[in-house]
Structure formats: structure tokens, C-alpha cells
Design a protein around this ligand. Structure first.
Ligand SMILES: [Fe+2]
Length: 186
């Protein structure tokens, strides 16, 4: 397994008539070789900025290694497209929300993910991800578009005010989200 193979397999999936289903099928195949996937992405830190996470971006596909250290929690955000996560090591909790027509959020449920677990989120899904293990939660994140360029939303973790996802403001929200006891409304 090398990173070119990951890109090739997901690129084929992204060209399918049902790209999200094809991509999830590839992810399920990769469950048999979690170490191989981790090795293929080992040259990326997976944290410290998107340039250290993304290893492929096209109009119909993004592939990222994401590393959440212990204590790290995201603010609520969407992805502007479908998203799927394969946990390679550590564990994480995903809190899922419904976006109401006025931009407010309704908490729906939380999903705990351990090594080898997968979560799929349709376009429009809103979530908070947080590390729940002592060791970092490291995952392969797959998106059905150019996830760093799409129009996206994020929510202030304290006021739950909806705003455009602006990377220059995201980290401040993430730090406040991480300082909280739990995900908003959960
Ligand atoms: Fe996300």
C-alpha cells in the first residue's frame, strides 16, 4: 500500500455513478489493512493545518489524514459534501446535529468510533468530532468534493451562531470547543 494506490482507488470510486457508495466500499476494503493505510500516510503529520493533512484534492474528491490529539474537539461544522471517516488508531466521538432552516442546530446523537470503525455523513450533515483516547485519534477522511474550497458552515461552540467556515477563524473556535466539557447541546 502506498499513497498513490489510495488516491487511485478512491479516484475510481469518485468517478462511479454512486461515488459515496463506491468510496465507502473502498473504505470497508481498507479495514483489512489499517496498518498499511497508516504507513502510506505516515509522511503527513495530520495536524497543524490543512496543508499537513490533505494529500489529494480534486473537484469531486478530497483525501486527508486527520490527527486529533487528546483533548481536541472541533466546533460544529458541515463539509459541503458527503464525508466518510475510517479510524486508524485511537478513538473518537462524533456528535451529530440537524441544521434547522434558520441555521440553528438540533442535537441528534453521538457515535463512538474505535480503530477500524467507519462513519458516513451525507451532504448537509453537521458534526463535532473529538478525541476520546489518551493517544491521538488518527483517521482517513474522505470527502466528495474539494473540501478545503467548498462553501461550508461552522457554528460558534458557545453561542451556536452559524457562520461561513473561514479557516482564519476556525482555530479559535476549535480551541474554545476543546476547552468545553462536552460537545454543544449534548
Ligand atoms: Fe468534519
Amino acid at each position: 500500500m502506498d499513497v498513490a494506490e489510495l488516491v487511485a482507488r478512491f479516484s475510481t470510486a469518485a468517478a462511479d455513478d454512486y461515488p459515496h457508495k463506491a468510496a465507502v466500499a473502498v473504505i470497508n476494503e481498507l479495514k483489512d489493512d489499517l496498518d498499511g493505510v497508516a504507513d502510506a500516510m505516515s509522511y503527513l503529520t495530520g495536524s497543524g493545518g490543512n496543508a499537513l493533512q490533505a494529500f489529494y484534492r480534486a473537484q469531486n474528491l478530497s483525501l486527508l489524514k486527520v490527527r486529533f490529539p487528546d483533548g481536541r474537539r472541533t466546533p460544529p461544522h458541515d463539509h459541503g459534501t458527503w464525508a466518510a471517516i475510517l479510524v486508524l488508531s485511537g478513538s473518537e466521538k462524533n456528535s451529530l446535529y440537524k441544521r434547522n432552516d434558520d441555521g440553528s442546530l438540533t442535537y441528534e446523537r453521538s457515535v463512538d468510533l474505535a480503530q477500524g470503525d467507519v462513519i458516513f455523513m451525507p451532504a448537509g450533515a453537521v458534526h463535532v468530532a473529538e478525541c476520546t483516547s489518551d493517544q491521538p485519534a488518527i483517521g482517513l477522511h474522505v470527502y466528495g468534493g474539494n473540501v478545503l474550497g467548498l462553501e461550508r458552515k461552522m457554528w460558534d461552540p458557545d453561542t451556536l451562531e452559524e457562520q461561513e467556515l473561514d479557516w482564519s477563524k476556525y482555530e479559535g473556535l476549535a480551541q474554545r470547543a476543546s476547552a468545553a466539557d462536552k460537545a454543544p447541546l449534548s
